[in-house]
Structures are given as C-alpha cells and as structure tokens.
Design a protein around this ligand. Structure first.
Ligand code: NDP
Length: 385
C-alpha cells in the first residue's frame, strides 16, 4: 500500500491521478489533496477519497471548505504555507505535484527536503529551480518521477541503459493547433482557438503553451535537469500524431522510442507505480488504423518561444525563472483578452532582455526574479496592448 498526496487534485492531471488511484484501491491510499479555488470539487474529492488532509491555496475559501467538509473526518487548512506543510507531511510515501506554474516549486522542494519521492507534473519546478531541485533530490536519495508524457517516454526508454551510451534525446511536439501558420496568420488568433488542442485535453495554461510552442521550450529545460543532458543534445521534432511520445538515440545509432495513444493515464500510472509496470485500462493503439507517422522540424521563426527557452536554459541562473514568469503572466493576459497571441512571445523576449541574470540563485532570489518579471510583463502588456 502506497500513501499518496496529490497537489493540484482538481486540475487536469490531478483528476486523472485520482482515477489512477481509484483503479488500484489495494495499492493506493490518498493522504492529502489540494486545490487553488475549486472548493466544491475539492470537497467532493474529500468525500470520495477520504484523505486525512485537504488544503485550499486561496485562504479566502477556508471557511467554505471547512463548512463543506464539516461531517468528514478530514483536517482542513488554507494558504500557501499550508500547501507546503502538506507537501512535507511525514505520513505519505509519494507526492504527485500537479500544480500549475511557479507556485509548484516550493512544495516540490519541501517534499524532497522531507524525504519524499515526487511524481512531477509541475514542469515549472524544474524550469525555474532545477538547480535547487535536482541536487536536493540526489542529497536526499529521492526520486523525481516524470509525469510529463515526453519525459516519461524518455525515462521508460532509459530503463536498463547506461548514461554514457546516450547520444541525444528527441522530444516530440504535436505542433499545437496552429502548426503550419505564419505570423501573419497568427495576428488575430483568439483564446478560444488557441485552447483547442488537436490531440490532448489539458489545463488552460499548458494548452496555450502548446499553441505558442513554449510548452516544448519548458520541456527542453525540464529534460536538461531530469536527465543531466546538455542542451545541444536535446532535440525537438514536430510529430503531429502524438503517438511517438519521445525518443532516445544511443551511441551505436540505435533509437528507442515509447509509443501509445495520447493519454496521460499511462505516464501518471507509471510514475506512481515505478519501478513496476502494472496492468492498466488505457485504450490500446490500433496499429491497423495508424497509416503513417510524420516528423518535421519545429518552426522557430513563427513560434519564437522555443528558441527563447533554449537561450534561457543555456544561460541558466535566474533567466529560466524570469522567462517562465513572463510566460505565465503573458498567457494570463492573453486569456483575459489583454494581449494578442503574438504579444506573448514578444513580452517574454522583452522581459528576458531587460533582466540582469543572477548566477546560482537561491530560492528567495528566484522568488524576487519571478515577481520582477511578472511586473515587467504587465508593464510591457500595457505599452504594447
Ligand atoms: P490545471 O490548470 O488543470 O490544474 C492545476 C491545479 O493546480 C488545479 O488543482 C488548481 O486548482 C491548482 N492551482 C492552480 N494555481 C495554483 C496556485 N497558485 N496555488 C496552488 N494551487 C494552484 O493544470 P494541468 O493539470 O493541466 O497541469 C498541471 C501541471 O502539469 C502543469 O505544470 C502542466 O504543465 C503539467 N502537465 C500537464 C499535462 C496535462 O495533460 N494536463 C501534461 C503534462 C504536464 P483549481 O482547480 O482550484 O484552480
């Protein structure tokens, strides 16, 4: 029996993780759950999964959650510090971090510091703070188990392989809803159009990141930290069908890939049950319907965010955190109708250019850089409209 806490339980990954947990009632016991504002869904989950603790990140919703859970034997808490306390709880074996954004970094660090394994969906933890997360995981001899499908694919391809035999990593990208479009075509793209991903159903922020290709940029930085790989050895290839989830080239020229239908159940289940591969109910790939698989280079002219992420990753220090914060803010403003689709990458570029990089920042320096970048992104948005 594994005791699991799910941070961001009400989101796309969080709800799917609960489905995985409920498929294996003899294997998983849910210890803690958290949400940001979806208080009713969190209370419903508390009723169904009977965790010992629930945390609502927005403190204004504490009384409401408390009232909704008043007949349940569950401890209710609220706020960012309660979220960190939950991450560091001694009573769970593994924390699945399915939070979105920079808010996920501190809980990842807290879980590792408390000696817990982390199943990581929150890629922003590694983008902004990979230089803090990975050494802490090593020092604590704890695993970071990738949930992101591309990183899970690479992780699966690497089982039983020796690190020195890896030549490069090939991360596949669907290309998002606007693949093949030019900047002129992208001028008047609406949030509704950008939220229609061709292959995956995900939370709003990652769906917009997929449309701009920033998601692939974040994944390149995530792969750099997870697999200790130089940026020059991490390639991105567009693969519209999202059947090949990523690949590894080895030094004899062999390429291993992990394939399957686009479904997050498999990577979530693998992260939670690793090193075991258990029977699962994810739909199977019907090979007779797969007529062909296509691959193409990414278009960094019309989708510059991927190029910006390589720049930020190679520079390191505070720059990836700044890029991430500018992106989070620009995506929020785009969804609110306050900046254009093309404005997202322009804002990120401007904020990155204005930032004076701090090498080897500690957590507090990252928080400062994140705040400054958000402020600057808002000012840019006001100027650019
Ligand atoms: P969602 O937006 O669907 O869910 C995010 C979760 O985090 C929700 O439970 C939300 O609560 C909570 N949350 C949001 N902001 C805060 C905050 N400031 N403090 C505390 N809790 C917060 O996101 P996804 O599930 O799509 O993505 C989660 C992470 O997984 C992201 O890093 C994403 O890049 C990564 N990922 C997602 C994939 C997917 O298929 N969705 C695939 C691969 C990676 P509430 O519901 O109350 O708002």
């Amino acid at each position: 029996m594994k005791t699991v806490t799910i941070l961001g339980a009400t989101g796309s990954i969080g709800t799917q993780a609960l489905s995985v947990a409920s498929a294996f009632p003899d294997l998983f016991r849910v210890h803690g759950l958290s949400a940001n504002r979806q208080v009713h869904l969190l209370a419903e989950q508390a009723r169904r999964f009977k965790p010992a603790k629930v945390v609502i990140a927005d403190p204004a919703l504490y009384q409401e959650l408390k009232a909704l859970c008043s007949d349940l034997p569950v401890e209710v808490a609220a706020g960012a510090s309660a979220l960190c306390e939950l991450a560091a709880d001694i009573k769970h074996d593994i924390v699945l971090n399915a939070l979105v954004g920079f808010a996920g970094l501190q809980p990842t660090l807290m879980a590792l510091a408390a000696g817990k394994d982390v199943a990581l969906a929150n890629k922003e933890s590694l983008v902004a703070g990979g230089h803090l997360v990975m050494p802490l995981a090593r020092a604590q001899q704890k695993a970071i188990l990738p949930v992101d499908s591309e990183h899970s694919a690479i992780f699966q391809c690497l089982q039983g392989q020796q690190a020195h035999t890896i030549e490069d990593l090939v991360i596949t990208a669907s290309g998002g809803p606007f693949f093949g479009r030019t900047q002129a075509d992208l001028q008047n793209v609406t949030p509704q159009a950008a939220l229609k991903h061709p292959n995956w159903s995900m939370g709003a922020k990652i769906t917009i990141d997929s449309a701009t290709m920033m998601n692939k940029g974040l994944e390149v930085i995530e792969a750099h930290w997870l697999f200790a790989m130089d940026y020059d050895k991490i390639k991105v290839v567009v693969h519209r069908e999202s059947i090949v989830h990523s690949m590894v080239t080895f030094h004899d020229g062999a390429v291993l890939a992990q394939l399957g239908i686009p479904d997050m159940y498999i990577p979530i289940q693998y992260a939670l049950t690793y090193p075991n591969r258990l029977h699962g109910n994810a739909p199977r790939l019907a090979w007779e319907t797969v007529q062909s698989l296509h691959f193409a280079p990414p278009d960094t002219e019309n989708f510059p965010s991927l190029r910006l992420a390589y720049v930020a990753g190679k520079m390191g220090g505070t720059l990836p955190a700044v890029m991430n914060a500018a992106n989070e803010e620009a995506v929020r403003l785009f969804l609110a109708g306050e900046v254009s689709f093309l404005g997202i990458s322009r804002i990120i570029d401007t904020v990155m250019n204005k930032h004076k990089v701090i090498i080897a920042p500690d957590f507090d320096a990252l928080v400062d850089a994140d705040q400054e970048a958000r402020q600057l992104a808002q000012e840019c948005a006001k100027k650019k409209g």
